[in-house]
Ligand binder design. Structure first.
Ligand code: BES
Ligand code: MN
Ligand code: ZN
Length: 470
């Protein structure tokens, strides 16, 4: 089935963000420390109502203020200036209607108010017969940079839609369909190498990992922009379902593995931002798309695979499949000596054990690049944590019969050894950074429902925009 995206983001921005309206109900943002001072300027009736409601401007809480006629006059909103996600509490708590923020916000806050509101309106309703919830509408805050808001919301919703879609409807072919839809919409070029052609074209590891599935493996290769512009190449892990292969995962670990194409969803979303903002780069996206399946022709533990780069890999564990397909894609990306090579992948459970679901692990041998990304992460309020490419652990991947093993025998430092494996396929001169991401919210928070989630792409977009000004 060809890709059937719901275009959530377009719908959200069209329905729930609106132009100036004279009848919009004002929302008054108040921080906890400021509520007393604010109440002093209001009538005794208002003060009594606020007290009776128990409203103390706690972050995310609201208080509906009636006017003399009993209509909704204003909304008080507890704001935490340090947590932009507080804005996302509003849609679910407010009655249907049109609202505006009563105080002037600076551009960054205005953007966050609009983004937070929009992301709170996201629902994954593709498989539900009942209609989704209808939300209240926000008047665009005056200072908001609308283009930036829209491209951010669209990217975030694209990741959520792609990751939330069950594997049955998001195999390698449908993932390529989503890539192709993006290329069509944004004027990019797409080339896809499918099935046994991967062997002719020199992608043996992608073929080996994906060949056991009835859904053929492929390499998706997208390009945008001027060939002579600086080259930015994004590589995303596209494992459309990770059963673990013959070293099969247990039920509880396998359950969430429809999200193992999260890296691919992230690079498509990040590409959509870069293209929408017309950042002057030659952009390339490489997605090895496979299903890690079990069948008579599946690759096996202790098989030795060849790779695009020529290094041979002994398969210590067929569940360490992501690094195998990324090896071929990274080698191809690296071949044209890009100015920036970024990969995103749901690569290890170990990264999650170390940093939990919200913090992507970043690995890079390039300190300047890592520093730039951490600064952008701070500005974009998109947290990232750097972990080391600790060279002494490379020996954990030594193989007696091949150039390298894909899995270490110890339970230690799993995220680092995975990153060290990838590093073997990138030349030392290439500015390369690897992200080990979760791509999933295990529990719902306002604006961040349970399910697929984008991580690190707002930070990366900011870093790339900063390095390549218009
Ligand atoms: N897709 C998984 C990693 C994963 C698991 C990410 C759970 C997020 C949550 C990956 O392909 C995998 O199975 N990795 C193994 C590697 C091991 C066999 C060396 C892991 O992390 O256990
Ligand atoms: Mn795996
Ligand atoms: Zn995987």
């Amino acid at each position: 089935m060809p890709n059937e995206q719901t275009h959530q983001a377009e719908h959200i921005v069209r329905e729930y963000l609106t132009e100036e309206s004279t009848t919009a109900i004002p929302i008054v943002p108040l921080s906890r420390g400021f509520i007393k001072e604010w109440l002093a300027g209001e009538s005794a009736d208002v003060a009594a109502w606020v007290e009776a409601s128990g409203f103390t401007a706690e972050a995310g809480h609201i208080c509906l203020l009636p006017g003399a006629n009993g209509r909704l006059d204003r909304v008080l909103f507890g704001r935490d200036e340090d947590d932009p996600w507080t804005w996302a509490h509003l849609p679910a708590k407010l009655p249907k209607g049109v609202y505006r923020i009563a105080t002037a916000l600076d551009a960054a806050d205005a953007d966050w108010a609009a983004v937070g509101w929009s992301l709170a309106c996201y629902q994954f309703i593709r498989y539900q017969s009942r209609k989704g919830r209808d939300w209240p509408t926000l008047v665009w805050p005056a200072a908001a940079r609308r283009d930036q808001v829209v491209l951010t919301v669209e990217a975030q919703c694209l990741v959520r839609d792609l990751v939330n879609t069950p594997s049955a409807d998001m195999g390698p072919e449908e993932l390529a369909g989503a890539a192709s839809a993006l290329a069509l919409r944004t004027g990019g070029q797409i080339r896809t190498i499918v099935g046994d052609d991967l062997l002719q074209e020199g992608y043996p590891a992608i073929h080996a990992v994906g060949r056991a599935s009835t859904r053929a493996p492929r390499l998706i290769d997208l390009k945008w922009g001027d060939e002579n512009a600086p080259k930015v190449t994004l590589v995303g892990k596209g494992v459309c379902f990770d059963s673990g292969g013959l070293d099969l995962k247990g039920a509880s670990n396998m359950k969430l593995m429809k999200k193992d194409m999260g890296g691919a969803a992230h690079v498509l979303a990040l590409a959509s931002m870069i293209v929408a903002a017309k950042i002057p780069v030659r952009l390339r996206v490489l997605i090895p798309a496979v299903e890690n399946s079990v069948s008579g022709n599946a690759f096996r533990p202790l098989d030795v695979l060849s790779t695009r780069k020529g290094l041979t890999v002994e398969v210590g564990n067929t569940d360490a499949e992501g690094r195998l397909i990324l090896a071929d894609a990274l080698a191809e990306g690296d071949r044209e000596k890009p100015d920036l090579l970024i990969d995103l992948a749901t690569l290890t459970g170990a990264a999650r054990t170390a940093l939990g679901p919200d913090l992507p692990a970043m690995f890079s041998p390039n300190d300047e690049l890592a520093t730039d990304i951490l600064a952008a992460a701070d500005d974009a309020k998109d947290p990232i944590w750097r972990l080391p490419l600790w060279k002494n652990y490379r020996r954990l991947l030594d193989s007696k019969i091949a150039d390298i093993n894909n899995a270490s025998d110890t339970a230690y430092a799993g995220a680092i050894t995975a990153a060290l494996f990838l590093q073997e396929f990138v030349s030392p001169a290439t500015p390369w950074v690897h992200f080990d991401i979760f791509a999933w919210n295990p529990t719902a928070r306002p604006g961040r429902p349970e399910g697929g989630e984008a991580m690190a792409i707002r930070a990366l977009y900011r870093m790339i925009a900063h390095r390549h000004p218009l």
